[in-house]
Design a protein around this ligand. Structure first.
Ligand code: SF4
Length: 549
């Protein structure tokens, strides 16, 4: 495996970064990374050389410069088309089925290579890093393709890669891997255009969204989804009940299994990689959910609850689960079993309704696994900090370690306007204890549809939460970037400090206020305005160290 320079850069948002590719066993297996080039240093022999670059996981896809306009009708190259074609006659369909047969697919190898972002140095323990606590996740020193295969076969990981979404760059979700984050897209009634949604998708993946969910409920749902799928380098998820409700004239009473089945098939045909299905909202658990302080806050959960009430029948997704499995298997669409009864406030957290649904999701996980499907489980919601671990433990036990994909959780109910931070606090604790993917929350949560700035802020804050969890869990090499930036701070290499940040453009703006002349002049200034020249502790500390040596 070699690192070779690639083309393209990331526009003004990630200065000093280049896209590079690490090559796999086959010629068409090239895994993207963002290489952050650093400044110079004088070696002990007096020669000047560069600090080693830092390579980071890259979700931005082939069109990584947001300033370059892209025609959404053209779509991305079909990276996986040959891999999918080569498997056509193999008998097995899903990544899980291949994994159970002992076969490593190109997708598994691709996902494994990108997990080792810090390269060999980390695996060999050359980098300083605090030992982590992974609560039994079994994180390896280095992720191999065989390890990815084993985790998928065991149901502890999913590789969402629909046969109909060949444009996607494979990735793996599981608690033995780097924590992933999802960003939600989608127009609500009368707001936001198709072009804007594709633009929002590119924007989300530029900042580090590992998957996107199209939650459109407005006009032209299939067209919006098609445009997102053809342009998305990351897996795309949906919540099919939204489109089904639209087709039923926005009346839950108009829903039924044949209508829902048609929506599932059409979305699967288009290439959706994973679907949220609220199959665990059951007739007998509704009464306890409706007695809560905020009842049912999941949109899908509330639609199905209304249908159950109106029809007096069991949830049709639960009733037809075998048929759902057959359809999901046919296209290799991963289940994201929805938590329709997730708590919507602290008072409702960890209650009987939530845990009864979780047990049902465990039962359905077994069924889906037996039919060859991949499964992850969705989780709350709103949970006080000290009850997050209990939530995770229950999920691991009741759902047999299937990956947990959680919305935050938010750890207080009073954060409106700052709920992205609220969610990141809970999300980092949840991911530390084992959640495999965090759904982002933006500053507009509970208040309105997020715009471009909200999406950026939501993604970056959750990227930080996920990184904090990776450090705590002891993902090998997770601390490499922290080590590089702290060395740069102590050396007053401002350009490197900025380029290594999660959001370099913002850090740069805060430091120089958009004044590029000031940036050139002050690039090596040995303090900042926070403490001021005479009170700069780093400067003082360096002086003490130098005079002491
Ligand atoms: S002035 Fe304070 S904040 Fe700024 S570089 Fe020095 S120690 Fe750090």
């Amino acid at each position: 495996m070699s690192a070779t320079p690639g083309v393209g850069d990331y526009g003004p948002y990630f200065p000093g970064s280049r896209k590079i590719y690490r090559e796999g066993a086959r010629r068409d297996l090239r895994v993207p990374f963002r290489r952050i080039e650093l400044g110079h240093m004088r070696g002990q022999d007096g020669t000047i050389r560069r600090h080693p670059p830092v390579e980071v996981y890259d979700t931005s896809g082939p069109h990584c410069d947001p300033a370059v306009e892209v025609d959404p009708r053209e779509g991305l190259p079909e990276l996986r088309a040959d891999w999918i074609r080569e498997r056509e006659a193999g008998g097995a369909v899903t990544q899980r089925e291949w994994a159970l047969r002992g076969v490593i697919t190109p997708e598994m190898e691709f996902a494994a290579i990108r997990e080792n972002e810090a390269g060999e140095g980390a695996a060999e323990g050359r980098e300083v890093q605090h030992p982590g606590e992974d609560f039994g996740a079994g994180i390896p020193a280095r992720v191999s393709a065989e390890f990815v295969r084993r985790e998928i076969a065991a149901g502890r990981a999913v590789l969402p890669a629909s046969r109909r979404h060949p444009e996607s760059e494979p990735m793996v979700i599981g608690r033995a891997f780097r924590t992933k984050i999802n960003a939600n897209l989608g127009n609500s009634a009368g707001r936001s255009s198709l072009e804007e949604e594709v633009e929002k998708m590119r924007w989300s993946t530029l900042w580090g969204a590992d998957t996107v969910m199209d939650l459109s409920t407005g006009e032209a749902i299939p067209d919006t989804r098609e445009a997102i799928l053809r342009n998305s380098p990351v897996p795309v998820g949906t919540v099919p009940i939204y489109e089904a409700l639209r087709r039923a004239g926005d009346d839950p009473a108009g829903l039924d299994w044949p209508l829902f089945r048609d929506v599932l098939r059409e979305q699967a045909e288009q290439g959706v990689d994973y679907m949220t299905l609220h199959a665990g909202v059951r007739r007998d658990t509704l009464p306890s959910a409706l007695r809560r302080r905020t009842g049912i806050v999941s949109r899908g959960g509330s639609i199905l609850a209304r249908w159950i009430q109106l029809r007096g029948k069991e949830n049709f997704i639960y009733e037809h689960f075998d048929e759902v499995c057959a359809l999901m298997r046919e296209y290799d669409v991963a289940f994201s079993l929805g938590d329709g009864l997730r708590p919507g406030c602290l008072a409702d957290a960890n209650d009987e309704a939530q845990f009864a649904e979780l047990r049902t999701l465990g039962e359905l996980t077994r069924t889906a696994w037996n039919r060859g499907c991949q499964v992850m489980i969705e989780g709350p919601g709103h949970v006080p900090l000290h009850r997050i671990a209990e939530n995770m433990e229950r999920e691991l036990e009741d759902c047999f370690e299937a990956p947990f994909y959680t919305l935050g959780p938010l750890v207080t109910d009073i954060g409106a306007g700052y709920d992205h931070v609220n969610s990141a606090i809970g999300g980092s604790v949840m991911a530390w204890h084992g959640a495999a993917m965090l759904c982002y929350v933006t500053p507009k949560e509970h208040l309105g549809l997020p715009d471009r700035d909200d999406v950026r802020e939501g993604v970056v804050v959750h990227r930080m939460a996920a990184h904090a969890a990776d450090l705590a869990r002891g993902i090998p090499g997770a601390q490499v970037r922290d080590n590089a930036i702290s060395a740069a701070r102590y050396d007053f290499r401002w350009r490197d400090v900025i380029n290594l940040c999660l959001d370099p453009e913002r850090a740069r703006r805060f430091r120089y206020g958009g004044d590029s002349a000031a940036e050139e002049e002050e690039v090596d200034v040995r303090y900042c305005s926070m403490c001021g020249e005479q009170f700069c502790s780093m400067r003082m500390s360096r002086r003490v160290a130098e005079e002491d040596s």
